[in-house]
Ligand binder design. Sequence first.
Ligand SMILES: NC(=O)c1ccc[n+]([C@@H]2O[C@H](COP(=O)([O-])OP(=O)(O)OC[C@H]3O[C@@H](n4cnc5c(N)ncnc54)[C@H](O)[C@@H]3O)[C@@H](O)[C@H]2O)c1
Length: 360
Amino acid sequence: MGHMEMNVLQRAFKGKKVLVTGDTGFKGSWLSLWLHELGAEVCGFALPPETDDSHYSLLKLGTIIRHVDGDIRDLKQVQAIVDGFKPEIMFHLAAQAIVRVSYQEPKRTFDTNVGGSVNILEAVRTSDSLKAVVYITSDKCYKNNEWVWGYRENDPLGGHDPYSASKAAAEMVFAAYHDSFLGSKKNFGIASARAGNVIGGGDWAKNRIIPDCVRSLKEGTPVLIRNPSSTRPWQHVLAPLSGYLTLAAKLLEDPKKFSGSYNFGPRVQSIKTVKELVDRSILAWGKGKSQVSPEANAPHEDGLLHLNCDKAYQCLSWYPLWDFDRTIVETITWYKEVLGGKAAMAKTREQIKSYMEAAG
Ligand SMILES: NC(=O)c1ccc[n+]([C@@H]2O[C@H](COP(=O)([O-])OP(=O)(O)OC[C@H]3O[C@@H](n4cnc5c(N)ncnc54)[C@H](O)[C@@H]3O)[C@@H](O)[C@H]2O)c1
């Protein structure tokens, strides 16, 4: 997100009807609040939040946006929300989003991430209100060669674990709907967005490194690190979200030119080991220690995977605004202040504002 783009976003979303699937989730709750701040009329569609401490619940998001409980695996429900709310813009984020869970529940993962996405695109195909759709998959949609180079949008898709395979399949579904139906739909643009390893306040998912880390720091127990030397490209949740927003704004401006697939990832300097991430988090928290604790019989998780984001920069003028250090500090500060009694709404709003200010 470069300089003038902030105004572009305000112009693009003010007064617009925007449907967000997965608004009760981590990324969806941040995105829905940001859209609300930009003046959009937001409606969310998702399963109810899983816990009382979810970001969605802490924000009391249901009181400031419209939310409908629903299941994307049910075409009738998806069709009803799209035909009933008549959004101009849609962000599709609803998914079974955890790799570990995909080993325990592969069928639910495929049903949601592939079948559910087919239902979304069916409703999109027959909608007469939608002008722009951003369809969120993952960096894990690429066939992972475990090499040092970043993946480009035209690299082969693939996936070892059920989650990654479901996201690769969701991309193939997207391409088929685009090429067969949506590419020729008048005044309409659609793009898939591939981002990964997002961190930020308000994520409490099990088996994700930052939530696990914060739980230990809060309890005063050592932070257990399963794979200390695994490297990941860490980015703050606001970075890919700014990419999704910019992409939707560009799709409204020139739907056919901007339709396609885009990567949103951090700069290469943000590729750090899990140990570096945990140590920096402990520093930001103020006290605590880590302990390497390899897990026996852990399911396979891919090693190094990062994205080449030249296309997002060239076509959308998008780039991440916060470096690794700032990303960790903002994330840990969110948890520390909110656990210390600060209202989540105030903290999340403050961070959205300072991200927008960084954009100029
Ligand atoms: N968090 C990350 O690091 C990351 C990385 C890459 C891609 N993604 C993708 O971004 C999107 C959002 O991820 P997140 O981290 O916010 O996940 P999350 O698990 O916090 O939220 C998932 C959301 O999807 C909804 N959902 C799940 N099954 C549903 C169903 N059958 N019907 C309706 N809604 C359903 C949940 O209710 C929730 O609102 C997902 O598509 C995910 O795969 C996330």
